[in-house]
Design a protein around this ligand. Sequence first.
Ligand SMILES: [Ca+2]
Length: 317
Amino acid sequence: MSACCGPARDAASGTPKGPAMASGTGSLPGVGDERQRLERLAGPAPQQLQLVGLPGGTFRSGSEDSGAYPEDGEGPVRKASVGPFAIGATTVTIAEFAVFVVDTGYRTDAERHGDSLVFAGLLPKGLRDRSPAVSATPWWRQVDGACWFRPEGPGSSVDRRADHPVTHVSRFDAEAYARWVGARLPTETEWEYAARGGLDQQPYPWGSVMEPSGRPRMNVFTGEFPDKPSGPVGTEPASSFPPNAYGLYNMTGNVWEWTSSRASAGDARPVLRGGSYMCHASYCRRYRTSARTFSTAETSLGHTGFRLALTTGRGRG
Ligand SMILES: [Ca+2]
């Protein structure tokens, strides 16, 4: 990831690769009580995938405007085409991910590593002080035990966040979930086509103004980053704020979203899109339709999730 967006887990540090499907339920977090808790979480998950079908087409991708980051490869503006596909109206929620875990016993990369990265501003002081800071970006803390169902480490829970985006999922985890439901991750180009909602070269999914009539349209950091927020910090429900013209929620802000694309021909790092609740104009304007960041497939962070995609129409296999 761009240094300000989040540190990456080092692929060379003995990271086990690929999904790990555990057999049986013995490997569910904590078993017993924990399983019941997961089943409760899974309860409100919708029984059907909430995907929006899009016709595809040609559009102008990327940006060269003053808000863009050329070093991220946002420009030059070029014509891009996508075939017909469907994409999640929202990112995958905690409830939906819980259904997957209850069914498969899947353990995420964060659980297998025993830690994940959490925004310091979300941690109680004691835990914050004893969790190592990432040197270039000290607002990130490596928190033992942090994972998708304990987003702020020991003592935290997602009991009241079932409809929020699942976070602390690596791209391997996102791919495993997508395979399980018979879907896939969107390509970067599909993601951008979807985020633009039919608009041409607009920085936001709804148009040119970040806060039309002074009303926030996405969940980004407000106030003074990182220590003096002027509002709540963290994820919001996956379907908060009005959707774009395609009916897609929180394409920008809330959580970064994994795509299936790589940074460039010479750079195999996975691309993420959309920015998160940690983006702020003072240090990271990546809450725009053309913004990109990069990470390693084993990295998990408290501001990163994913949405699903499916090929439709004639491309369907
Ligand atoms: Ca997003």
